[in-house]
Design a protein around this ligand. Structure first.
Ligand SMILES: Cc1cc2nc3c(=O)[nH]c(=O)nc-3n(C[C@H](O)[C@H](O)[C@H](O)COP(=O)(O)O)c2cc1C
Length: 249
């Protein structure tokens, strides 16, 4: 049995992203417990700030999150998200690429819901993160073609656009699975192309149950383990490079 949290960030319930997320919810329900965070429908507040904590004086977000978590006085929306993340073995995130990264709504959820002091601490991060043993899967749609967001594409490498989000989850100790990417999702297809587009996207929706059921065989998105870094946090000369984000200087 797998406990799954499905999170999606899309303002339109009729969108491909929302339909895809609903398929994940249905599939996850067959694998065990499932929780959901439909961020726009929940009117999740993505802008972390003092007033949400009733905090006065200078706002140090990490310290305020940490103190509130320790005192059991997190804002109610964060307590709820934190409980869902803690209960989950698997977190599935559904979102479109907006300006070469996740929509601000999802970034804001990450800023707030990956609570400092609860899901990461100064002494407990990356390999030692409190979320060790949990997995995260990104299900991403792009308007551009696979070629355009490939390593040499004019839109820039989608793997790099997703890298900061992946690293946020790694920071908390998650294992990040190879993302699922669906390209050329947009409303500008010519009428004669629409049946083929619907067939293609329908196959993605219909395949989601098998995809989630087969996650044990899905590749992990490799990154450097803590032992690859020296005491100053620099990549050791003999360590492998997995991304231009962490490379030999
Ligand atoms: C504000 C905004 C920015 C976008 N930026 C990108 C982008 O950087 N790269 C890309 O491939 N598509 C981009 N798109 C297109 C969306 O990724 C695409 O329409 C979406 O994945 C389609 O899925 P949906 O039908 O669920 O919205 C953007 C769309 C919006 C609204």
């Amino acid at each position: 049995m797998t406990a799954t949290l499905v999170v999606w960030a899309h303002p339109e319930p009729g969108s491909f992203t929302a339909a895809w997320a609903r398929r994940s919810v249905e599939a996850a329900a067959r694998m065990g417990a499932v929780a959901t965070s439909d961020l726009y429908a929940m009117r999740f507040d993505p802008a972390e700030r003092a007033e949400l904590y009733g905090h006065t004086g200078p706002f140090d977000a990490l310290k305020v999150q940490e103190a509130a978590a320790a005192a059991g006085r997190l804002p109610p929306d964060l307590s709820a998200e934190l409980a869902k993340i803690r209960a989950a073995d698997l977190v599935v995130l559904h979102f479109p690429i907006w300006w070469f990264g996740p929509p601000a709504m999802l970034k804001g959820w990450v800023d707030r819901a990956l609570v400092h002091g609860a899901l990461h601490r100064v002494e407990e991060r990356f390999d030692a993160g409190p979320c060790r043993g949990k997995r995260v899967l990104f299900c991403v749609s792009t308007g551009c073609t696979a070629a355009e967001c490939g390593p040499d594409g004019r839109e820039g490498d989608l793997a790099l656009q997703l890298w900061p989000l992946a690293h946020a989850f790694r920071y908390c100790g998650f294992e990040v699975l190879e993302p699922v990417r669906v390209h050329e999702v947009h409303g500008y297809h010519e009428a004669e192309a629409l049946p083929a587009v619907e067939t293609r996207l329908g196959a993605v929706l219909d395949g989601q149950a098998d995809l989630l059921a087969g996650l044990d065989a899905r590749a992990v998105w490799a990154s450097n383990p803590g032992t690859d870094f020296d005491s100053e946090g620099r990549l050791r000369p003999e360590a492998a490079e997995f991304s231009p984000f962490i490379r030999h200087a």
